[in-house]
Design a binder for this molecule. Structure first.
Ligand SMILES: [Zn+2]
Ligand SMILES: [Zn+2]
Length: 445
């Protein structure tokens, strides 16, 4: 009877976790008279898959502390949580546990570790894990190729792809091509990008998904082929999603195409009604072209839709492995006054070095002074200020959930120039490595 009970408790936890209802899963889990391995694992993977990485690691930590058995599925959940958080110390700790439990040579765990380190900004560490793996499959290669591409190491990514399909004779999958196309896009390799996009379908029989189209639109758009990019979107065999139109809008901002920008923005406003960044991008594109009437229309639209809340959040992992979260205009961190004071001093220093805040990153109709105040409340600046206050090494890593704005990008470049530090910011699209006043993205993001 007892055994049967245990199984039914567990199956309820698993069912809730699989359906993404982590609140109910947690409720049942807490009440479980006897928690078995399956229930624990369901909690860790459930949290990880539902974008609750902090919770996933909490549960994993409890299991590790209790000396419970660790398996491949569980490790994969914990690894994915670290990747989402971009937390370097936690990542190293999870790798240690994997090795202690005999998963050091496991191909699934190893592939996860490659992906995790790349997403934590430690691309060299990802390469080391990759090189050390005896067995490599399509997931291992794909993780490495995507990782290299997101860090702007386009040539390495393409070289690895060629090695994978020729020497290693591993058949690529759709994720592999995301990495290859992103690499081509980053390096401005239009001809190669077109070649691989065609090869994907013709040689490997992989039909392009909306994500692949987003890469191609990004590739063409960055290279200034905005009209061709729009034509590609129109010819799509699958429904374009936000990333496709977002890539097009981003290209319009860089190349000043207001007509196509309006088309892309119209779709984005429908697909992502809360996405304040899209309004900012459109408004900036219009402002650069001097279309002020259109700019005020966008502002009016934002007012009517009551888009006020900025859902941006930036994370910074402290020396103790604790992950600190900062929201835009956030006053909730226990060291807020210290952080703000240090930030003001830093801004003064940057201004002496030539930094002029990019006020048009704020689209609200407010005074210039207010614009600057809002800009200085951006989450990545707060995270950076806290990072400088508590830093022991020479690299600050910040993970942001949304695209980094023009002003924060400029700000980070100046900080990397006047302070003896490197800054690595992961935004929702790619990595920015700031060093000596320059960024690895070359100003295209
Ligand atoms: Zn910003
Ligand atoms: Zn950058």
């Amino acid at each position: 009877m007892m055994v049967k009970d245990k199984i039914s408790w567990t199956s309820i936890v698993v069912a809730y976790s699989k359906s993404g209802d982590m609140g109910s899963a947690e409720e049942v889990f807490v009440q479980c008279p006897v928690k078995d391995m399956v229930a624990w694992t369901a909690m860790v993977t459930g949290y990880a898959q539902n974008a609750m990485p902090v919770k996933a690691l909490e549960v994993f930590e409890q299991m590790a502390a209790a000396g419970m058995a660790i398996d491949e599925v569980l490790l994969t959940g914990a690894i994915s949580a670290c990747a989402q958080l971009g937390a370097v110390r936690r990542a190293a700790w999870v790798q240690e546990i994997a090795e202690q439990n005999g998963f050091g040579r496991n191909v699934v765990v190893g592939s996860g570790l490659v992906d995790m380190y790349a997403k934590c900004g430690l691309i060299d560490e990802a390469c080391r894990v990759f090189e050390g793996m005896k067995e490599k499959n399509v997931y291992t290669y794909s993780s490495m190729i995507v990782g290299l591409a997101s860090h702007g190491r386009a040539n390495d990514a393409i070289a690895l792809f060629n090695d994978m399909v020729s020497r290693a004779d591993v058949k690529p999958n759709h994720v592999t091509f995301i990495g290859v196309l992103a690499a081509c896009s980053h390096a401005g390799m239009v001809r190669e990008g077109r070649f691989y996009f065609a090869q994907m379908k013709d040689r490997y029989g992989i039909l392009p998904s909306a994500d692949h189209y987003a890469c191609m639109v990004d590739l063409l758009g960055r290279a200034g082929l905005v009209i061709e990019a729009l034509d590609l979107v129109k010819s799509m065999t699958v429904e374009p999603h936000g990333a496709v139109w977002g890539a097009l809008l981003g290209a319009c901002r860089i190349h000043g195409n207001t007509e196509v920008a309006k088309v892309a923005a119209e779709h984005l406003f429908k697909l992502e009604p809360e996405g304040i960044g899209n309004y900012v991008l459109l408004s900036n594109t219009l402002a650069s072209a001097g279309e002020w009437d259109e700019v005020s229309k966008v502002r009016k639209l934002m007012r009517n839709r009551r888009l006020k809340k900025d859902p941006a959040v930036s994370c910074f992992e402290g020396q103790d492995g604790l992950v600190h979260q900062f929201f835009a205009g956030d006053n909730t961190h226990p060291r807020t006054s210290e952080i703000k004071k240090a930030l003001l001093e830093l801004v003064a220093k940057l201004k002496l070095a030539g930094y002029v805040p990019h006020l048009s990153s704020i689209v609200y109709d407010v005074s210039e002074q207010e614009k600057e105040r809002l800009l200085m409340g951006h989450s990545e600046k707060l995270a950076l200020s806290f990072g400088l206050l508590t830093l022991a090494g020479s690299t600050i890593r910040i993970v942001k959930n949304l695209r980094i704005c023009e002003d924060c990008h400029l700000f980070m470049r100046f900080v990397s120039k006047v302070e003896p530090i490197n800054i690595i910011v992961r935004d929702n699209m790619r990595f920015h490595h700031f060093k000596d006043g320059e960024c690895s993205c070359g100003g295209f993001w």
